[in-house]
Design a protein around this ligand. Structure first.
Ligand SMILES: [Zn+2]
Length: 276
């Protein structure tokens, strides 16, 4: 296979946040919680069509992996990560990369340390999603560095694993953050730009397909078959949002989004208790 063909190979990184029926206790955005039936159908489709999950490492280090592979990531780690997604993925023979908010582990509505440990031992990978789910691009650089450093250390100390990956809360990103993450020892960063990652992609700017309410197995089928073309309405909408964000800058984007929220343009947004 030519290096050109290898480079072209795309690996979808799917992103789940929660399950509608399980996560009512945690204050978060219901848009990102899918009904269990939808998630079950998506995983069933992957399984029935012989799709495999691969570790995040595989797409970074090993060029030219199998077609039909994907990476599954779970951000936040609300209780459903353990009560629903974990047994579902395990029974399908799948593994995922979990990105818990380190400071929220064990709180009501969130996974506990024992549950995370069990999932690690069953083969799930652990990455960091910071200590408090802060917007790292909006807080002072020293504070952002502390979030990166302390979450990594806490997860490593409590779970006895090496934490190599970072998922950015809200996808808020900057060049300074990348430098800080590398300095802290992270080997890859998952953002929230909607799209395919490729074997040999920029490891500090991995794109993901965030699944949200209303998504069924159709979207999984289209993404896995590479039919999720740039002209599909969903793709255009998501990339349009990303473009606005880049043009406005993270601070302005956050401010405008916040203003829209108070006017009811959005029903809810993630509101994570901070601190402690
Ligand atoms: Zn999050």
């Amino acid at each position: 296979m030519s290096s050109r063909e290898i480079k072209k190979r795309r690996v979808p990184i799917f992103l789940y946040h929660g399950v509608s029926e399980c996560d009512a206790d945690a204050i978060r955005d219901p848009i990102y919680a899918l009904p269990s039936a939808a998630i079950n159908a998506q995983v069933a489709w992957l399984r029935e069509h012989g799709c495999a999950t691969v570790p995040l490492d595989a797409i970074l280090a090993r060029p030219g992996g199998e077609e039909g592979s994907c990476v599954i990531t779970i951000d936040d780690c609300l209780v459903s990560a353990y009560t629903h997604l974990f047994p579902l993925l395990l029974s399908a023979g799948y593994r995922a990369v979990l990105f818990p908010v380190a400071g929220m582990v064990g709180r009501r509505g969130w996974v506990g340390w024992g549950e995370l440990d069990e999932m690690c031992r069953a083969g799930m990978e652990i990455g960091s999603h910071t200590v408090s789910h802060a917007n790292l691009a909006a807080i002072p650089p020293d504070e952002a560095k502390r979030e990166l450093r302390e979450s990594k250390k806490l997860l490593e100390d409590r779970l006895g694993v090496r934490v190599k990956f970072l998922s950015l809360p809200g996808g808020y990103h900057s060049a300074t953050l990348t430098a800080a993450a590398i300095e802290t020892g992270y080997e890859a960063i998952c953002g929230s730009v909607f799209g395919y990652s490729r074997y040999g992609a920029d490891r500090y700017a991995l794109k993901r397909f965030c699944l949200r309410q209303g998504d069924g197995e159709v979207i999984i089928r289209r993404i896995m078959r590479g039919a999720f073309m740039p002209l599909s309405p969903r793709y255009l909408r998501e990339r349009g949002k990303g473009l606005c964000r880049r043009l406005m800058g993270e601070r302005l984007y956050t401010a405008v989004r916040g203003a829209l929220i108070t006017r009811g343009a959005y029903k809810t947004l993630p509101r994570f208790p901070v601190g402690g």
